[in-house]
Design a protein around this ligand. Sequence first.
Ligand SMILES: [Zn+2]
Length: 471
Amino acid sequence: MLYEWNGTKEIQVEVGIRRGLPGFQILGCASLSTKESRDRIRLALEASGYLFPLETIIINLKPAHIPKRMVSLDLAIAVGILVATDQVQIPEGRIFFLGGLGLDGSVLGGKELLPYLWQNRDNADVSFCLPKSLQEDILPAGQYYFLNHLEGLQNLSGSSPDNREVATPPTDPQTWERVFLDPYQMKTFQGLLYALLGKHHSLLLGSPGSGKTMLHRMLEPLLPPKETRDQNDQGIWTSGGDFEIPTRKRPFRTPHHSATEVGLVGGGLPFQPGEISKAYGGILYLDEALEFKDRILESLRMPMEDSYLEIVRMNEKTKLKTDFTLMLSANPCPCGNYHSNHICHCSLQKIRLYLQKISGAFLDRITIFQTLFETTNERCIKLEEVKIKEILSERFAFRNTRLVPEGEEQRIQKILDTNPQTKQLSLRKKKQIVSLTRTIADWDLSSRTKEVHIWEAVEYCIGYQWIYSLG
Ligand SMILES: [Zn+2]
């Protein structure tokens, strides 16, 4: 039995052996690799000194409708055949066998199996039998048997499993230590800190060289560590192809604009998580956001608002919980110089067309909208990472413990409903303003929100109207 990548579904391997002509059939799997599996398993069993029964062998994989990676089922199937023919005994209790087989009977598999193990599993009575190559890896708490060859199955029931406690792997900290910002950049950075504190989605339009990417990247080391491991956390694959197990470090994902929809949202058979899932609990930063395909931006709309992603594959609908703060940055026009100190050669028509890539519905889900056009060479504000971290952790702590005066939301809502500048706004925008007002008050370490907080929030939340005011 083993877990499949997408979530908590295990695959059960049933083995039936009937007298009759030699045959080998795998049910519950439309894969063409059945024949290869049979040959591989037969040769591996024979090379390990076991008998491959010359009878009708029927392997039933349940549930049938889940797509399977055949290779990592090899070990489970081989063990099933050996147990069904009384050639080996396995320890009592539920065991998940995970691994492929070499023709010489060696048990294969490496880091690609780790995601299976890091899935949420609440069965404390389950143990795992894995390729020996994983013995040195950091594994979730549990009981493990390690095998490097099928021959080792003989001793399995006599041996005691390896008990593991959860270990937290070390993480290399990303740091910037000290930077000098000009006043415009500082103001923008403040907006991004609000976004970080309150998990507000944000968009920054700015000229090339204004520092948009740098300001966003400065957030990475400022992300607070996770309190506990969230069961929806699936770990991430690094660009190097290694599986990075869930840690207390929050992710800061920066997919390139050439990313595909599957790469960003997830998909494929078997299901591979996309950047959205990999950003779980952290930040998903799209630099040059307008270079991403329109469909990709639109596909973010649902998870941005509802915190889940619906994936339909085969006959199965899977709901994946999402939790990320979306941050976007982009040039204000095709040449990038609109509104800056350099000359912009784009017509208004062209700029409008360019900015239209962000649909109104999408903009409606962005809480913090900022522009960074002007810059000066007076980078006179010194920021130190250690200090900002201190300031932030104080604010996070405040936010987690403060009590909000009763009826506060209604009070803000009422102000927004009566003010000529805000009363026309959509319900969604007003909600965002209420929520950002709260964040700004938290930044001020104030449990009571003041008018000044409201108007600061309004400024961020209606900033997007700038796009429509062009021309
Ligand atoms: Zn331009």
